[in-house]
Design a protein around this ligand. Structure first.
Ligand SMILES: Nc1ncnc2c1ncn2[C@@H]1O[C@H](COP(=O)(O)OP(=O)(O)OP(=O)(O)O)[C@@H](O)[C@H]1O
Length: 428
């Protein structure tokens, strides 16, 4: 088998000295993980990988479903990595684990940031996660949403700095045209799907994070916009951020934009290394990618599903499991995997210090920002505003009619005066 030097490739394009010389607003971070195993308890019988697991504390047998099985690797700063795999292969679960969204007590194995052991708290502070279903306030403009994200996350930041970062993010994500347009929702029209995706990326990239995780940032976008989004992610990674994105069957142009590829199948690693070495690796283990074929399509059809579509559900699942296990065993024995394992143990960058973790703003500041945002939202929501006003006017009228000439004693009148506004607030 041809020996592909994964670490050498990473070192060639990752210049630690270069990043240390640049005056970055974040610290370049290498995120490494070793033997990650994530399983969840299951209630009913499932045909997916199940194992009988004895819980030593309760001495009871528990059935668990293994979602990620012994995942080892490293994501480097300045590089754009794609996590690819069929639906249900564990891409989102891996991103959740690495961004600290799943408590470390719920999985086995370790995660390190520049060689120092990381827990959920530190991972959450150095990284940002952009999920498939981004939640943004529909009544805010693109510019306001980015400004809000910065103010909410960075302590003691000046107005000039907020403006500078907002304009930088708008420029990088090419959002100039729609910066003053409201985000909108299914009822109120606003920015387009692609602009919405780019806004959520801009909101996260403007806030000092060393690592950016994205879950399928191109889902629902046309080919041109998908290409634009990934090109922008590449641009962000080149500023020194570690950018990792789960992606579903990219076109060959999009696939070629990625520096590194991690292929997951049934929670197991089938390949993890430079994008340009993927085709040679699979050809070295007997899977020849035909000329002029998109490598991503070849991986999904010929490598991960070599038997094609099997109409019988049980056999299909079993075949997939056997195939994934074979691919993972081959990967684990490969020289590339051994070099990758060694790089996990020898980080290239200095360890992060507490100063590198962005601390959030005070609760009072958060309260003020949220109140301001809620006020703007109520004021701008042209459909809900008349309804709310109508509600506020009619309810006291109804209460007045009900209690009119009801001969209430002073104490009862007082109770009525207190209860009426409470009832109005509750009904709102
Ligand atoms: N809490 C949970 N309980 C039970 N099963 C779970 C849980 N979380 C994830 N799974 C299962 O684990 C598998 C991997 O899920 P995950 O969302 O990570 O896949 P994915 O590769 O991101 O899929 P997609 O591309 O469809 O988003 C799926 O079969 C999913 O149903």
């Amino acid at each position: 088998m041809e020996i592909l030097d994964v670490q050498a490739e990473s070192k060639n394009s990752f210049d630690a000295e270069k990043f240390q010389k640049l005056s970055l607003k974040f610290t370049p971070s290498q995120i490494s993980f070793k033997n990650l195993v994530y399983s969840v308890p299951i209630r009913s019988k499932s045909k997916k990988k199940e194992s009988e697991h004895i819980d030593p504390a309760s001495s009871k047998k528990k059935k668990t479903k293994i979602i990620l099985d012994n995942i080892t690797g490293s994501f480097m700063p300045g590089r754009l990595t794609a996590i690819m795999g069929p639906s249900g292969s564990g891409k989102t679960s891996l991103l959740n684990l690495l961004s600290g969204r799943i408590s470390s007590s719920k999985f086995e194995g370790g995660i390190w940031l520049n060689g120092r052991r990381a827990d959920g708290g530190s991972l959450g502070l150095v990284s940002r996660f952009i999920s498939q279903d981004d939640i943004m306030l529909s009544t805010m403009t693109v510019k306001e949403a980015i400004e809000m994200a910065i103010e909410f996350r960075i302590k003691d930041i000046s107005r000039e700095e907020i403006n500078r970062r907002t304009n930088d993010a708008i420029y990088t994500l090419e959002l100039e045209k729609c910066q003053n347009t409201i985000i909108g929702d299914s009822i109120t029209t606003g920015i387009s799907g692609g602009e919405r995706k780019r806004t959520s990326i801009a909101m996260e990239m403007a806030t000092d994070s060393s690592i950016l995780f994205l879950d399928e940032p191109t889902s629902g976008l046309d080919i041109y916009t998908s290409h634009l989004v990934v090109k922008l992610l590449k641009k962000i990674s080149r500023s020194g951020q570690t950018v990792v994105s789960a992606i579903h069957q990219p076109s060959s142009d999009i696939f070629n934009l990625f520096d590194d590829i991690l292929i997951l199948s049934e929670g197991l690693v089938a390949y993890f290394g430079p994008q340009k070495d993927l085709v040679p690796y699979f050809s070295s283990i007997g899977y020849q990618c035909p000329l002029y074929t998109n490598p991503a399509d070849f991986i999904f059809t010929d490598v991960l599903n070599p038997l094609g579509f099997d109409p019988v559900q049980n056999t299909r699942q079993l075949n997939r499991l056997i195939n994934s296990q074979n691919l993972s065993d081959t990967w684990n024995f490969s020289s590339q995997a051994k070099i990758l394992n060694a790089s996990v143990e020898n980080p290239l960058l200095d360890p992060l210090t507490p100063l590198n973790f962005t601390s959030s703003v005070s609760s009072f500041k958060q309260f003020t920002l949220l109140t301001r945002r809620a006020y703007k939202s109520v004021y701008r929501n042209k459909l809900a505003l008349p309804t709310r006003l109508g509600q506020s006017l009619t309810l006291p009228l109804i209460m007045g009619v009900v209690y009119y000439k009801s001969n209430l004693k002073p104490i009862e009148t007082q109770i009525q005066v207190i209860l009426t506004p409470l009832l109005i607030i509750y009904l709102k």
